[in-house]
Design a protein around this ligand. Structure first.
Ligand SMILES: Nc1ncnc2c1ncn2[C@@H]1O[C@H](COP(=O)(O)OP(=O)(O)OP(=O)(O)O)[C@@H](O)[C@H]1O
Ligand SMILES: [Mg+2]
Length: 194
């Protein structure tokens, strides 16, 4: 299965979610490859630091560009694609090639306003919003879910909490998976419907 994390807005948690989901899947015995389509190379850098500290990630990481994405061979495992923000050709290529597009979004009005252009490019794709950076007080979370439901946009039942210690995992092999194992399970359910 090929899963792309996409949002034209920067800093929404695409790279962090890619690494955590890949780790959760690998720990379930799925063969995972993470492709870094962001020229900034944040996912590659994460893997490099983890290697350097003898705390390696549990899956392969590889840089990729739009052209290579177009001819990427399918495997029996999961191929997760982390994309850059903005309007790079890599984003469209990652959308076109994906079986599932995940759009990480913060549950806040400004962020919801910024997500529509991305969702409009996904009308013919299997896509779901992943609410990320959710605070303990969940009023905005529930309101955000309602907004997406009203618009017929699929959202993950699980959300990613806002946690300082998630920030500190950059460059490490995450020990704790937070809610990513549940998110992984939801995706396995989607995969079964194929
Ligand atoms: N659940 C979370 N709780 C707290 N902080 C988080 C969470 N997820 C991500 N972050 C932090 O938010 C910042 C942006 O995350 P990340 O780099 O994953 O976003 P991105 O969408 O890949 O950014 P870019 O568009 O620049 O590639 C980072 O500092 C990261 O540690
Ligand atoms: Mg990133």
């Amino acid at each position: 299965m090929r899963i792309s994390f996409v949002h034209t807005k920067g800093g929404v948690g695409k790279t962090t979610s890619s690494i955590f989901l890949a780790t959760a899947a690998a720990r379930r015995g799925i063969v995972v490859e993470l492709f870094d389509a962001d020229p900034q190379g944040s996912a590659m850098r994460w893997a490099e630091i983890a290697d350097h500290n003898d705390d390696p990630l549990e899956f392969a990481t590889e840089p990729i560009n739009a052209k290579k994405l177009q001819s990427l061979k399918k495997t029996d495992g999961w191929q997760i694609i982390d994309t850059p923000p903005g309007s790079a050709a890599e984003i469209q290529a990652a959308i076109d090639t994906a079986d599932l597009v995940i759009v990480p979004t913060h549950p806040a009005p400004l962020d919801i306003d910024r997500v529509w252009p991305t969702l409009e490019t996904l009308t013919h794709k299997n896509a779901a919003v992943l609410l990320i950076g959710v605070h303990e007080r969940r009023r905005l979370y529930q309101e955000t879910r309602d907004v997406f439901e009203d618009q017929g946009i699929q959202t993950f039942a699980s959300f990613v909490p806002e946690r300082e210690d998630i920030k500190a995992t950059f460059g490490t092999n995450p020990h704790e998976l937070y809610t990513f194992d549940e998110i992984c399970e939801e995706i396995l359910g989607i995969e079964e419907m194929f």
